[in-house]
Design a protein around this ligand. Structure first.
Ligand code: GDP
Length: 439
């Protein structure tokens, strides 16, 4: 995400490397590079100019103290300004009312339906809510089917009326249904069009008027850069929405949308969506995003994701097995799945400070684990629990079952064995002598 912008900003800060103090010339050079980096990331010219003017004013006015270098000072100023540009504080998401109503609007293909599913899953699993999804697209029966499939995957009911061609009455009926079924939040996925279109806007506005939503979220594809900002403007003029959802941040987005939208419509970004997995919806935190843009990583999000998936009982069981030298293939597979549940591997690694750049060109897809998974999946339960039982004959069978070469299986067995040896060694060490461990 935003790799190019990160690199360009880093190189702008290099103007100050080795400079003992900040002066008009080195500030001017740095600021010019920052402005170019922003414009190339598809940030609107006016926004980029105002941004760098503020950075310049702050830099000129700040006292350089000995403890920090001019470069560090500039990074701090830019970070603070990025946070401000993206909204400052985390925005609230209003779910009061019974049921609370969330209206989802945006162009077709922006990721509305996928986001509706992610939001429902997030509210259900992380906020203890009982959501009802509503398919209010009266033009495309396929959109109803798509939402049904999503609902099934996440275990959330979907309300639809295939014969009804009035989005307003569908929404109203859905709210009645929610009340009768004790659902406390209704998420209405409206119809989108490929471009801004008066009929579509009027329809969403009518639904809004009729159901008085707590939240109207405008969903936009971040890959569309300045277009995203223009679309946001048009939707906001008509709908006066409460927040923005930026989707497809996993793609090759330059950053323009994320950096310009708040300024343009004066509405906060509330969620970001990166990927098609339904359990990876992120609340938007300007501070964390600014850190990621500056290549400082986002350890906070990483830790939170890990905590959300962490199962204490399972961890205790695993620790016991490791202590008794009983770590087996099934445990390995379980661990792999835990990691995968946290989201896209490359995105996760990008959150580690300094890693984003290092892995920029490395192809780490979730598929990297598929080979290992396939190998373990072609073992019998007995074999998984008894790694020593895997004879050469069995290895041949496993390779065939997994669609792999015998050499792949052998290599994996060897790695696994090395890992077990290491665990064994650690178990033999007295606790106090283990590096990094306290008694
Ligand atoms: P809608 O027409 O606005 O309802 O959009 P959809 O939810 O159907 O999404 C359009 C396409 O974008 C689908 O192929 C989705 O799988 C894909 N998509 C949605 N959200 C994301 C995302 O965050 N990342 C990526 N890579 N693809 C997404």
């Amino acid at each position: 995400m935003f790799n190019n912008l990160t690199e360009r900003l880093e190189s702008a800060f290099k103007n100050l490397k080795g400079e003992a103090r900040i002066n008009d010339l080195n500030i001017a050079n740095t600021v010019k590079d920052i402005r170019r980096a922003l414009i190339d990331a598809d940030v609107n010219y006016k926004i980029a100019k105002e941004f760098t003017d503020r950075v310049k004013d702050k830099a000129v006015g700040s006292k350089v103290i000995n403890a920090i270098s001019p470069g560090q000072l500039m990074v701090k100023i830019v970070k603070d300004e990025l946070v401000e540009l993206m909204g400052g504080e985390e925005a609230e998401f209003n779910t009061t009312g019974n049921p609370a109503v969330v209206l989802i609007a945006g162009l077709q293909g922006s990721g509305k339906t996928t986001f509706s599913g992610k939001l429902a899953s997030y509210l259900k699993n992380q906020k203890g809510k009982s959501p009802l999804l509503v398919a209010a697209d009266i033009y495309r029966p396929a959109a109803i089917d798509q939402l049904m499939v999503l609902g099934e995957q996440i275990g959330v009911d979907v309300y639809s009326e295939r014969e009804n061609k009035d989005a307003v009455s569908i929404a109203q009926n859905a709210i009645k249904e929610a009340k009768s079924k004790n659902k406390n939040i209704v998420i209405i996925d409206t119809a989108g069009r490929l471009a801004i279109d008066e009929a579509m806007m009027a329809e969403v506005a009518n639904v809004k008027e009729a159901v008085k939503p707590n939240e109207i979220l405008f969903v936009v594809d971040s890959m569309t850069g300045q277009d995203a900002v223009n679309t946001a403007k048009a939707f906001n003029e008509r709908l006066d929405f409460t927040g923005v959802v930026l989707t497809k941040l996993d793609g090759d987005t330059r950053g323009g949308a994320a950096l310009s939208i708040k300024y343009t419509v004066q509405k906060p970004i509330k969620f970001v969506s990166s990927g098609e997995k339904l359990d990876t919806l992120d609340v938007f935190y300007p501070e964390r995003m600014a850190q990621r843009i500056l290549g400082m990583g986002d350890i906070t999000t990483l830790v939170e994701k890990a905590q959300a998936q962490f199962d204490e009982e399972q961890a205790k069981k695993l620790e016991k097995k490791i202590r008794k030298n009983q770590f087996d293939f099934q445990d390995f597979l379980d661990q792999l799945q835990q990691i995968k549940k946290m989201g896209n591997i490359k995105d996760l690694m990008g959150m580690i400070p300094g890693m984003g750049k290092a892995i920029k060109d490395v192809d780490i897809s979730d598929d990297a684990f598929k080979g290992v998974e396939a190998i373990i999946n072609s073992m019998t339960p007995y074999e998984r629990a008894n790694p020593d039982s895997i004879t050469p004959g069995r290895r041949n069978r496993i390779a065939k079952g997994a669609g792999k070469q015998l050499a792949d299986v052998n290599a994996f067995m060897k790695q696994f064995e090395q890992m077990r040896q290491m665990m064994k060694m650690m178990n033999k060490m007295p606790m106090g002598k283990m590096p990094g461990m306290r008694k």
